[in-house]
Design a protein around this ligand. Sequence first.
Ligand code: F0G
Length: 451
Amino acid sequence: MEPYRIKAVEPIPFPTRTERERALARAGHNLFRVPAAQVTIDLLTDSGTGSMSAAQWAALMTGDEAYACSTSYVRFETVVRGISGFDEIMPVHQGRAAERVVFSTLLGPGDIVVSNTHFDTTRAHVEVTGSEARDLPCPEAADLDSDQPFKGNIDLRALADLLAGPDGHRVKAVVMTVTNNGGGGQPVSLDNLRRVRAVCDEHGLAFLLDASRFAENSWLIRQREQEHRHREPIDIAREVFGLADVFWASLKKDGLANIGGVIGVRANPDLAGRFRQLVILNEGFSTYGGLAGRDLEALAQGLTEVTDPRYLADRADTASWFAETLHKAGVPVIRPAGCHAVYVRAGEILPHIPAHQFPGHAWSCALYLEGGVRAVEFGSLLLGSGGGTAPHELVRLALPRRVYTRSHLEFVVEAAIAVGRTADDLTGYRIVGGSPALRHFTAVLEPVAFP
Ligand code: F0G
């Protein structure tokens, strides 16, 4: 059961079917443009959508709003140092701000960055420097139904081949994203991370860690990697951070707060100085990084709560129960589930909709119309901006932290079952407007009529 009780409640909206139809049409059939007041259960993202604890709300009042070196920064820095072991700690307002600072400093045209899977903002920030972002997910990631425990790993053989080949000299860094959000929210094993460190040492590459879901990944290592089953999640997290040269995190996830991000640099004052310059230029002085002192307090407290084994056990169990319940009800999902989301294999539910008409998008619109449940497509709409198609047509049902109970998720399961019953009648969508960069955020779509 949840290792907390509820102290403050927030009513949720129950728009009627007609109101949902109207809201979706007005939003250009794009769920990012649907007002939250028209959403009953919001599983769009686990980012910035969590509930804070009583201790975090109390910590807000202790926020020190001094412009420079506030006591709230000192507390934040102490907590992040304690978890990561990094000496240089710079707050930023969210994850993509960190990505901009890191990649615009480290990369130039023609460079290659490899990753277990770049998240969409990560890829965009690599590509804007003229570099290439190459995903090398492990082969097990392709089998959505195998019980392989670490489908978030990088393919070490493909990495070795790339480094030995003609493009090897262009590779500048390896980005390990834990857990692997672009790859089904799957965890990365400690063994895989240790081997990446060895490869980076051998070839003089930078090991960059996207630690946005570091606590969840540590828990899944403890659950699934035999030799670590008795270790505390904080202890595993420390070892993972210890392998990287630079890390960043969107603290809107495992910071357990609604805004925030961070960059860490180890033993490299010159690099830290260059990062700091950009933080000051873009975010504000480097001890607040675009955040209020009270935000730093909430984050410092959240980061001390997130590695609690009881909290992590409940989070992982809930995701696993949600995935298995959907699976048993005939809704295909990626298994085993990670922690932060369950990914529905919409392409298999709607085989009559071709990838370029976005079956995942069609399924998520149908889920909204059915139950007012908001999810996000993770298929060819999100990943195919360059005209390509995604390897799998998925929909992500993300789980905000400490927000919804299992009975809310039972409601989602019922809506998903109902969508399955109407699958043959669902049509695809085409894009008729919006901007090309990260197009899923702004796209205007319309349903494609049956031929
Ligand atoms: N890295 C990962 C692995 C992420 O999942 C995200 C954001 C970012 C970086 C960027 O961080 O949003 O704070 O700027 N993921 C959110 C999501 C948006 O819905 O998965 P940000």
